[in-house]
Design a protein around this ligand. Structure first.
Ligand code: ZN
Length: 280
């Protein structure tokens, strides 16, 4: 996720580094890595990335949010390699059984979503904070508001001029664009219980490991089908859906038929083709 040129990495499967290089992702700008769970396809690329940062002389702290067990895995590998990284890692253990706020800056917050999978797993929601109002400068052309006045107006206050004239806030501001949200659900069984977390997402990524005719397999493996993902998007009133994590078990996987299965329920579905960019 790229938010105003700060990069957040969601999962780090094998070859993530190669893909980031291939698509010219400025991966040195990543300061926060979120790992959903400890199935290999979601984290086996992290050690390589950690050692690459070491070789590149990284100095900034790297924050990793993941199952507590990943800290043991990382520490063991670093210990056995006989090297100590030249930059600090701050590890944030996740409690996969609940939803909690795990990151916040002045613009966004990140919360977890308890997923339903074979091992403890969390999804993640990025929420943009309420933005301040924009001031209609021309409406205050006869006045000389201070910096603090501007801040207060942007937060919703009326402006009172030195001679007592009141400018109601609605007359001197326009509302900011709505705050955006992105939800990332992988891996999980379909469940109504997820809806309350991802309600009204502007963009929802949901795994769709199996086609609709493999619904039995999907529930056995605690994964979603194309129709599950679409149903989740529909019930949650998401605006757009990206499906991905397609099973590699089938040799001749037909992505267009997977897309159609999802679109039949939720028309605004797109495929998570590698290298694609989804703007919000
Ligand atoms: Zn998994």
């Amino acid at each position: 996720v790229n938010f105003q040129d700060e990069l957040f990495l969601l999962d780090c499967g094998e070859a993530t580094q190669m893909q980031m290089r291939k698509y010219n992702i400025k991966f040195q700008r990543i300061n926060h890595i979120f790992i959903t769970h400890l199935h290999g396809d979601h984290y086996l690329g992290i050690m390589g990335l950690l050692f690459t940062y070491h070789l590149l002389g990284r100095e900034k702290t790297l924050h990793i949010y993941a199952s507590p067990g990943l800290r043991d895995i990382i520490n063991l590998q670093i210990h056995l390699s006989g090297c100590s990284l030249v930059y600090p890692i701050q590890f944030h253990p996740l409690n996969h059984s609940l939803s909690e706020k795990i990151f916040e800056n002045d613009k966004i917050i990140v919360e977890t979503i308890p997923m339903i999978h074979r091992i403890p797993t969390s999804g993640f929601i990025f929420r943009e904070k309420q933005k301040l109002k924009n001031i209609r400068i021309e409406a205050l052309a006869d006045e000389n508001p201070s910096h603090d006045d501007f801040e207060n107006i942007r937060r919703g206050a009326d402006f009172i001029s030195p001679n007592g004239k009141i400018y109601p806030n609605d007359d001197i501001t326009v509302n900011p664009p709505p705050s955006r949200s992105f939800s990332h659900c992988s891996d999980t069984l379909f469940s109504d219980s997820l809806v309350k977390y991802i309600k009204n997402s502007d963009l929802l990524y949901c795994e769709a490991t199996f086609s609709k005719d493999k619904a039995d397999k999907a529930s056995e493996k605690f994964h979603c089908t194309t129709e599950d993902a679409a149903m989740l998007a529909k019930i949650a009133d998401a605006r757009r859906l990206i499906i991905g994590h397609f099973s590699a078990r089938y040799e001749d996987i037909d992505l267009n038929s997977l897309l159609l299965e999802s679109k039949n329920i939720f028309p605004n579905t797109e495929l998570a083709i590698e290298g694609s960019v989804f703007n919000l």
